[in-house]
Design a protein around this ligand. Structure first.
Ligand SMILES: Nc1ncnc2c1ncn2[C@@H]1O[C@H](COP(=O)(O)OP(=O)(O)OP(=O)(O)O)[C@@H](O)[C@H]1O
Ligand SMILES: [Mg+2]
Ligand SMILES: [Zn+2]
Length: 677
């Protein structure tokens, strides 16, 4: 029977009769479209498949023909539901969602040409929206108007006037021609779909009409569309025999908005609950992180908190406080930094591993780039693609100057704003950052501060909740055990001890825990508050440079919440706060210890100089000023002598002078002399 009924009628039948829960689903949708003034009817593919299997497969096999039938059938049914709206709109689009199968982006090929497919990916690039000509009106010199329907990439003009047989020239009448909105986007394989060690592939997607601008760079999308090929050409040489694949979108489904959905079976849930009740749960999870890397318990503990994350809060006045932690590892070469980052990117939900240089034009944040066609496009960088996940940035000190500016906003506000080349946009970058850096001079120098050791400005450093330093110092005992660990790995391929929680389960555990929003108990709040106040008052200096900033206070809360999540607790207890304060202090000791006074001093992180050193710098500067006032120029020898009286030796004096020169406070007008800038 179905063979003899025209396809258009079969579509209309489906719209007319398909019912779900006692309602005519598509008749209702059509009524809503008329009310909302929309152009498209979204059809769940399953529904069509259920009511007319043959028609459904024809849509997939031969969309060029069958989508047109569906469009017409919508119009015909709209004539019944809302005749005025049908007249007003003249045409509608059938948009299909949820096809039975997803095609992997890297599997799309010539066999798919002309077929309708569903592809998942991250939106990495979006061009500006351009008007696209569909019907062109030309005017001949005899005043006759000629209508040319446009298809293909190039403007088609009339060959001859049907009225006077003139061969032109014809005037293009823009006002009377028909345009629709069009946009080109590029989607890229999602990191979790990527085979290990492969570069992500991309495919361009053409969007029209109401599909334009529904998704932004960084969004995860499912594209339903027809696979097409565009012949490649070399300007001035002609066309090639190769074609470039692209997709003509029929529908864009934006996921990105909610957390990644991880399926957890009842057995797995039971197992997760079991682990969470174990008194050794912290140790268990910690030692399941990168088991092939020996030692580094502080770092692994911190990474654990970073993976679980704190609670994202929106205050009543609309200000958002991030729940994501940022962490930095500064370390000597060959201390397994890259390995650790790669591991975390693999197990973290939505984890991305990138190097500071970035692997694309967009780098770490975002960029406006000029397309081949001459237009502008917005491209998402790694932090935008890691939205709602973890962005592992190796060799962060090598990031591009543009990223250095944009990363400030990304790390605190968790957005990336860009205004360039006519594109103004704010993209989400709600990611935790796990960054690694090499010391500026190759090896970490304990007699210098973190800022001196890596070439990152303090404004960026202060945005990390925790900073750790990995030094490759020979230590007989440790070296032996590391050697045993690494060598056993090379022999057997498996670590000496199996991780207590395997990576698949760990991933699910993290997703599961993220649904919990632990609340700070009064005791925990008090503990954090006491620590904060003690830190702040520990600096006895008169001008009292801030010893610890509210940023660290937030970090402590975030990390404590993360710790509660590890054990699936609904409250943050005083033990959580205590453990975090310990870890925090150890992190400060590694970077912030004031080697002069032996006291922890967050000033090093904030201003790049230990407090007592800053005092001495100030003293040295006043001596320089004094001598300059007296003699007009400061002779080095005079300065050394004067500083000797302040018990500052030659070697130390040189260090301070070097620092003052770097800061631009003094300069050397001629060798052996100084002057205040
Ligand atoms: N603690 C450790 N446990 C296991 N393996 C280690 C450890 N430290 C170093 N290694 C080994 O050393 C090698 C170098 O590691 P990796 O490349 O990650 O170092 P890196 O810190 O990134 O160095 P660079 O700063 O030069 O990039 C790796 O093969 C790693 O397995
Ligand atoms: Mg490395
Ligand atoms: Zn004419």
């Amino acid at each position: 029977l179905t063979e003899i009924i025209a396809p258009e009628e079969r579509f209309q039948n489906f719209f007319k009769t398909f019912s779900e829960k006692g309602e005519y689903k598509y008749r209702q949708r059509l009524g809503q479209i008329a009310i909302d003034g929309l152009k498209s009817l979204v059809i769940d593919f399953d529904d069509l498949y259920e009511s007319d299997r043959d028609l459904a497969s024809k849509v997939l096999e031969n969309p060029d023909e069958y989508l047109k039938y569906a469009d017409k059938a919508i119009w015909a049914q709209m004539k019944i539901e809302s005749p005025e709206y049908a007249e007003e709109r003249k045409s509608f689009y059938a948009r299909f969602r949820l096809l039975p199968a997803t095609t992997a982006l890297r599997a799309v090929g010539s066999q798919d040409l002309g077929k309708m497919k569903m592809i998942d990916g991250s939106l990495v690039r979006a061009s500006t929206v351009k008007p696209f000509l569909t019907v062109a009106i030309f005017k001949c010199e005899c005043e006759n108007k000629i209508r040319i329907v446009q298809d293909g990439a190039f403007l088609k003009s009339p060959s001859e006037c049907p009225n006077c047989r003139s061969k032109g020239p014809f005037e293009f009448i823009e006002k009377e021609s028909t345009f629709i909105n069009s946009q080109e986007i590029r989607i890229q394989e999602k990191p979790e779909d990527l085979p290990p060690g492969q570069l992500p592939r991309t495919i361009d997607v053409k969007l029209e009409e109401d599909l334009v601008d529904v998704a932004r760079p960084g969004d995860r999308v499912t594209i339903i569309g027809v696979i097409r090929a565009l012949q490649e050409r070399i300007p001035g040489r002609g066309r090639l025999r190769t074609f470039e694949l692209y997709t003509e979108a029929n529908f864009v489904d934006v996921q990105g908005k909610e957390e990644e959905i991880v399926r957890i079976s009842p057995e797995e849930e039971k197992r997760i609950q079991e682990i969470s009740k174990d008194p050794m749960v912290y140790l268990k999870i910690m030692s399941s992180i990168a088991p092939s890397i020996y030692g580094y318990s502080d770092i692994k503990e911190a990474v654990m908190y970073l993976l679980f994350g704190g609670v994202h809060k929106i205050l009543p006045d609309g200000i958002a406080i991030r729940g994501d932690s940022n962490m930095l590892i500064v370390g000597d070469p060959g201390t397994a930094k890259s390995q650790l980052l790669q591991y975390v990117a693999r197990i973290a939900p939505r984890g991305i591993y990138t190097s500071g240089r970035g692997s694309t034009a967009a780098g770490l944040t975002a960029a406006v780039i000029r397309e081949k066609s001459g237009g502008m496009a917005l491209e998402a960088g790694a932090m935008v693609l890691a939205d709602k996940g973890v962005c592992c940035i190796d060799e962060i000190e090598k990031m591009r100057p543009e990223d250095r500016v944009a990363i400030h906003e990304a790390m605190e506000q968790q957005t990336v704003s860009i205004a360039k080349g006519g594109i103004v946009a704010t993209l989400n970058a709600r990611a935790s950052i796990l960054a690694a850096a090499n010391p500026a001079l190759g090896r970490y120098n304990s007699y210098q501060t973190v800022t001196e050791n890596i070439s990152l400005p303090v404004t960026i450093l202060s945005r990390f909740d925790l900073i750790f330093v990995l030094r490759d110092e020979p230590d007989k005992e440790r070296d032996l055990r590391l050697a045993e660990h690494v060598l056993s790995l090379h022999k057997t391929g498996v670590p000496m001890t199996e991780p207590p929680v395997n990576p698949q389960l760990l991933r699910k555990y993290i997703s599961y825990a993220k649904n919990i929003r632990p609340i700070l108990t009064d005791e925990a709040r008090k503990r954090i508050q006491d620590f904060y106040l003690a830190m702040r008052s520990s600096s006895e200096v008169k001008e009292s440079p801030v010893a610890i900033t509210p940023r660290q206070l937030e970090a402590l809360v975030r990390l404590s919440e993360a710790r509660a999540r590890v054990a699936l607790k609904k409250t943050v207890t005083v033990e959580d706060a205590g453990a975090i304060i310990l870890l925090f202090t150890r992190s400060l000791e590694q970077v912030g210890i004031d080697l002069e006074s032996g006291k922890i001093d967050i000033d090093i992180i904030m201003t790049g100089k230990p407090k007592s050193m800053r005092d001495k710098l100030q003293a040295v500067l006043s001596v320089i000023l004094g001598i300059e006032k007296e003699k007009g120029i400061v002779k080095m020898e005079d300065l050394y002598d004067a500083l000797e009286e302040l018990e500052i030796g030659r070697e130390e004096a040189d260090k301070f002078i070097r620092q003052l020169k770097t800061d631009g406070a003094v300069y050397e007008p001629k060798p052996g002399f100084l002057r205040k800038s």
